[in-house]
Design a protein. Structure first.
Length: 82
């Protein structure tokens, strides 16, 4: 999380969605103390919201896994999906 929050090409997050792991609140407070993330960044611990993000990645995961079976992405792209 530190590496992602220090990237210069992104805006600081307004909200951070994570699951209910007990390690996240102290980590977010530590990042705020180091000024690695905005002080107004809200931590939302909710499994449902975290799963929504994973649902968005479903198509990407499917396409990447298809590409892993082939030697190149061009071959995978030409292969029709069922």
């Amino acid at each position: 999380m530190r590496k992602a929050s220090k990237a210069t090409h992104i805006q600081p997050p307004r909200v951070t969605n994570v699951d209910k792991n007990a390690a996240y609140p102290p980590l977010i407070e530590e990042l705020k103390a180091e000024s690695a993330t905005a002080q107004a960044c809200e931590l939302r611990q909710n499994k449902y919201l975290n799963r929504l993000v994973e649902q968005d990645h479903r198509l990407i995961k499917k396409l990447v896994n298809l590409g892993l079976d082939f030697k190149s992405f061009h071959t995978a792209r030409r292969t029709p999906l069922k």
